[in-house]
Design a protein around this ligand. Structure first.
Ligand code: PRP
Length: 210
């Protein structure tokens, strides 16, 4: 687990947490935060040597290796992070997982999926602003490992100690990294992160009925 410790990230998170921040500002801040967190999260992205010619000489640089990484936003709220990530890794493939929590049991259910069946040898980046109980992220990661993913990095704006523990417990020996904007204090009885920022999906896109 890596918790970003950077004044710009903490500043932007503070504005996100403020209940008076309206949706348009909220959306643009989520994008900016994603760009900053992508820098940390892609530290181990696989690259291959690439020879190029500069105006002066030839040299060997790097390019993102094949097979390309795959980015998986968890709908709805993860969608708000997608553009920030694809700006940083434009050649990544994008797959989608739609998941929502049952508001009473807090158990996640999957309502949409658009991903390659075979993820063998792929590096995956899961985007979801909130790691609360960890149920959604655990199910998403399991889904990717079941299809052969080699390593999975989750990028979340906020997480809880309870959620991190759940991922550690559920993922066993799998190669998992979690990059957080901040590790918050705890979960409350309703499964919300405290102090948190409320419901990220609602604040990005407004409330919808189930
Ligand atoms: C929220 C959030 C995560 C999940 C986190 O989604 O975006 O996906 O809950 O909770 P967990 O760690 O306890 O599983 P929600 O179910 O509200 O759906 P939405 O993104 O469509 O609003």
């Amino acid at each position: 687990m890596h918790v970003a410790d950077h004044p710009l990230i903490t500043h932007k998170l503070t504005v996100l947490r403020d209940e008076r921040t309206p949706s348009p500002t909220f959306r643009s801040l989520v994008g900016e935060l994603m760009t900053l967190l992508a820098y940390e999260a892609t530290r181990n992205v696989r690259v291959a040597p690439k020879e190029i010619r500069t105006p002066v000489t030839t040299t060997v640089g790097v390019a993102i290796a094949e097979p390309r990484p795959i980015v998986v936003p968890i709908l709805r709220a993860g969608l708000g992070m997608l553009e920030g990530m694809t700006t940083m890794v434009p050649t990544a493939e994008v797959g989608f997982l739609g998941m929502a929590r049952n508001e009473e049991t807090l158990e996640p259910y999957t309502y949409a999926e658009r991903l390659p069946d075979d993820l063998s040898d792929r590096q995956c980046f899961v985007l979801d602003p909130m790691l609360a109980t960890g149920g959604s992220l655990s199910a998403a990661m399991q889904y990717l490992f079941d299809r052969g993913a080699v390593d999975v990095t989750a990028i979340c704006l906020l997480g809880t100690p309870e959620g991190i523990e759940r991922i550690e417990r559920d993922m066993g020996d799998h190669d998992v990294t979690i990059v957080l904007g901040a590790l918050d204090e705890r979960l409350n009885e309703q499964g919300f992160i405290v102090p948190g920022l409320g419901d990220a999906g609602d604040r990005l896109y407004g409330t919808v009925g189930d």
